[in-house]
Design a protein around this ligand. Structure first.
Ligand code: PEP
Ligand code: MG
Length: 613
């Protein structure tokens, strides 16, 4: 039966494919296809891992002190039994043989199947055995990672699927102890796959860039949560905040992700499927058409040049930025270099290499690198690193520049790396979440010391501009004073909205209150843009509003001429820029600042402007 699940639209378009359910704690498991000739080797990896874990468990049992509670030994026995149970390794092998999943992926896919079966058990004791299966699988995954040959992907970077022969489904029926398994289905091997998870941390989301998935759905998250932002940068249809999705959708279900409406259709009827396939083709045609604008300069009808810059998470994203026709990088979220490293941070040289790679790739176009912005919904490590991820309210805690200033050694290391990269092309340093005058002074001091340290070490470096993110209302209100201390500013609307309206941007429960059209938000935006123009300081918007065409004319009417966004949004925003005459936007600006319902008033003013054009 077809079911619809509603969520929040993240990125547009339609994806149709088979669901791959991934447990949140296992999203950084590598997902890739193995070739026909590698199947035996992959199965061997599973066998070797199983033997190693069995050996480990046997040793633990043998070394157990006599005073240890006997439940411990019994637990190890249960784990050993599970390890040899048909439902674990034998069923996992089928995912490798029939689907050509790599061993880690096969194991997590099988775990999802088993977890559901446990969840559905009547008997509470048996239901609780799910945790044991999870622990056994966790051990196996750790063993597989340990034994992985060099060069093998450790995350979800996956080569294209090989052409698989038509194969039958994994024989998941081999689970006598767990009752009937999902009935076998036909599998063509080349079906597109969509990721379904309860939650995906932003850093894990990054693993899915260039992966096998053509769309994704999560139970949690708001439209501007960092998971959603990274998903949008992948330019695949996605829905977040779909609450029950990972419970309702089953491994292998056919699903449609309608990224425009924020709806997921599970097991669609043939008619619905055909309709979505039609829409999919339409949106591909539309993309191809927009793509032709990529080398057209973004100039309005009245000759106003508009700078369209790219937001990136990794140096390699510069390729997409250039491909989309970006005239520079307006926001390089450097914190993604710092995440999921088990507590160790990238040193100066590693950072320098990453920044230099981005700068060189942009061939003389400016690259705005933001100093590390961890905290809130971007923890350093999934489980927290024990030092910084705690806090009663992480969004209001030690994040962004506050964290950097609390770790001066680390901060100067990052500044040195950025200064060195500036020898290879124009670099602008952007500081997140500045709110106090003493923070600005401290930044300047650290920068001076970083330069001195490079001089002492005889390392070459280049000139940089230093800018502040305006994303805390205090900074927006005091913009005149802030502008004295910085070469440029960039408005982070994602956080500015969060902090102005006191709405957690990552919480889907309050996502309906997260309102970029709120008059307070618009007034602050207008104030910052106007003040920067009056002081002759460059200003851009790098939050999600910049890439959302619903706000293009509005931001232009406020005087904004620099927008930074995901590369995938550039063409559409450019199309709007090419069609607008900024001399006719006064009424739009006035409507936005004075109307009780700015969204409707701006729309009406735009229609009027078009009529009189
Ligand atoms: C913002 O807050 O608008 C912004 C661009 O930064 P981030 O989304 O990384 O917090
Ligand atoms: Mg921000």
């Amino acid at each position: 039966m077809s079911i619809q699940v509603f969520g929040i639209q993240v990125s547009r378009g339609v994806a149709i494919g088979r669901a791959v359910l991934v447990a949140s704690s296992r999203v950084d498991v590598a997902h890739y296809y193995v070739g026909v000739e590698q199947v035996a080797q992959e199965i061997d990896r599973l066998r070797v891992a199983r033997d190693a874990v069995a050996h480990e468990l046997e040793s633990l049992k043998a070394d157990m002190p006599p005073e240890a509670p006997h439940e411990l030994a019994a637990l190890l026995d249960v784990h050993l039994m599970l390890l040899h149970d048909e439902t674990v390794i034998a069923a996992t092998k089928h995912w490798v043989q029939e689907r050509h999943y790599n061993a880690e992926w096969a194991l997590s896919a099988q775990l999802e199947v088993l977890a559901r079966q446990f969840d559905e058990m009547e008997d509470e004791y048996l239901r609780e055995r799910k945790a044991d299966v999870e622990q056994v699988v966790e051990r196996l995954l750790r063993e597989l990672a340990r034994g992985a040959p060099p060069g093998r992907p450790t995350a979800s970077i996956a080569p294209a699927a090989p052409a698989l022969p038509g194969a039958s489904a994994p024989a998941l029926t081999s689970m006598p102890a767990l009752g009937a398994a999902a009935p076998p289905r036909d599998f063509a091997g080349e079906d597109p796959l969509v990721l379904v998870a309860a939650d995906v941390a932003p850093a894990d989301m990054l693993h899915f860039k260039r992966s096998v998935f053509t769309g994704f759905v999560t139970d949690v998250g708001g439209r501007t949560s960092h998971t959603a932002i990274v998903a949008r940068s992948m330019d695949i249809p996605a829905v977040v905040g779909a609450r029950e999705a990972s419970r309702i959708i089953r491994q292998d279900d056919w699903i449609v992700i309608d990224g425009d409406a924020g709806v997921v259709v599970v097991n669609p009827s043939p008619i619905v499927l055909e309709e979505y396939r039609f829409r999919q083709r339409q949106s591909e045609l539309e993309r191809a058409r927009l793509n032709r604008l990529r080398h057209t300069p973004a100039v309005t009808l009245d000759g106003e040049a508009v700078e369209l810059l790219a937001n990136i998470e990794l140096p390699q994203d510069t390729a997409a930025a250039l491909e989309a026709g970006a005239v520079g990088v307006g926001l390089f979220r450097s914190e993604f270099l710092f995440m999921n490293r088990g507590g160790s941070l990238p040193d100066e040289d590693e950072q320098f290499e990453a920044y230099r790679e981005a700068v060189s790739a942009m061939h003389g176009l400016p690259v705005t690198i933001r100093t590390v912005d961890v905290g809130a919904d971007k923890p350093l490590d999934r489980a927290g690193d024990g030092r910084y991820d705690h806090g009663l309210n992480p969004a209001l805690g030690l994040r962004a520049i506050r964290w950097s200033l609390a770790e001066p050694g680390m901060f100067r290391q990052q500044l040195r790396a950025m200064l060195r990269a500036a020898a290879f092309g124009p670099v602008r340093i952007l500081v997140p979440m500045v709110a106090h005058v003493n923070e600005m002074l401290a930044i300047r001091e650290h920068l001076a010391r970083a330069r001195q340290q490079l001089d002492d070490a005889g390392k070459p470096y280049g000139p940089v501009l230093v800018g502040a993110m305006i994303e805390v209302p205090a900074a927006a209100v005091m913009i005149e004073r802030f502008l004295r201390h910085f070469d440029f500013v960039s408005i982070g609307t994602n956080d500015l909205i969060q902090y102005t309206l006191a709405i957690d941007r990552a919480d889907e429960a309050v996502s309906h209150l997260y309102d970029p059209w709120h008059p307070a938000v618009l007034a602050l935006l207008r104030q910052v843009i106007a003040a920067a123009a009056a002081h002759g300081k460059p200003v851009s918007v790098c939050g999600e509003m910049a890439g959302d065409t619903a706000f293009t004319e509005l931001l232009l009417s406020f005087g904004l001429r620099s927008f930074s966004m995901h590369p995938s949004c550039i063409a559409e925003v450019k199309q709007r820029v090419l069609r607008v005459d900024t001399r006719q936007l006064d009424a739009v600006c006035a409507a936005a600042l004075s109307a009780e319902s700015p969204a409707a008033a701006v729309q009406a003013a735009l229609v009027q402007a078009q009529r009189s054009a």
